[in-house]
Write a protein that binds this ligand. Structure first.
Ligand code: SAH
Length: 243
């Protein structure tokens, strides 16, 4: 079988793996991915070969996976959360056009918007959008435009990659854009290290959010005009009419 599984592991340890993800990992001859994620699942399959690369060598990793599958071994490429959400499923599928004999199967995982949303309550109970604040692969002007459109549509917004060492002020700039149209009292929340031992979270207002010390292991939620703080649970009602 010439096959690459692209497997989303969910946010944390093995308890977030779906049955389908477990089956894909079990079927693989070799597990590959970013070191941190391979290390999470490798102990479950001690007999399996592993291949790890640093975060920045993603395209090399995809090519390696496709070459290895072409040579006859089944590969599982692992990523955090869902493989299709800012993950490896797109580059693997794009590159796989050069490997017509290799089958690619994407296995869904629990993305941070959903696992983090559950920690806070129900922040995404109505229409929402997901925006990454990383400008590594997207020009900042495009990110700003999407934030403006999300604000205009009164969507609840889930922000991935809110900040990193190099980009400290992206969250503050995003908040400034949202504050042009959205009230400073808008209910917001963040969750750090979802599904891991150090998991922590906070519900706060949009005017407080820019002052928070967040890192790249944080997912941020900005409520719509309807979102409520119910005893520190962030809840976006199912509709605009009274239940
Ligand atoms: N494929 C991943 C997203 C990768 S982008 C997924 O579907 O979840 C990386 C961003 O995802 C991080 O900057 C953070 O915003 C979010 N994220 C991923 N895992 C997280 C976790 N365990 N806790 C908090 N945020 C997380």
């Amino acid at each position: 079988m010439r096959k690459v599984y692209v497997v989303g592991l969910g946010p944390g340890g093995s308890r977030y793996l779906t049955e389908e993800a477990r089956a894909a990992l079990a079927a693989a001859d070799v597990l590959c991915g970013y070191t941190v994620y391979v290390d999470l699942v490798a102990p479950l399959y001690p007999e399996k070969e592993t291949y790890t690369t640093p975060m920045t060598r993603e395209i090399d990793r995809c090519r390696w996976a496709l070459e290895t599958a072409r040579s006859g071994r089944t590969v599982a490429m692992v990523c955090s959360g869902d493989a299709g959400v800012y993950g490896m499923a797109s580059p693997v599928l794009e590159l796989s056009q050069d490997y017509p004999e290799v089958e690619v199967e994407v296995v869904a995982g629990i993305t941070a918007a959903l696992s983090g949303g559950a920690v806070l309550g129900a922040p995404l109970g109505h229409d929402f959008c997901v925006i990454s604040l990383s400008d590594l692969l997207t020009p900042w002007e495009v990110i700003e435009k999407r934030l403006e459109c999300a604000a205009a549509g009164d969507f609840a917004v889930c922000l991935y990659n809110p900040c990193s060492k190099k980009r400290k002020d992206h969250l503050r700039r995003a908040c400034e854009i949202l504050l042009r149209t959205r009230s400073g009292d808008t209910v917001c929340g963040w969750v750090k290290n979802i599904g891991r031992e150090e998991q922590c979270c906070k519900v706060l207002t949009l005017s407080e959010l820019p002052e928070e010390e967040l890192d790249m292991f944080t997912t941020v939620f900005i409520g719509s005009s309807q979102t409520k703080d119910l005893a520190d649970r962030m809840v976006t009602p199912r509709g605009y009419k009274k239940a």
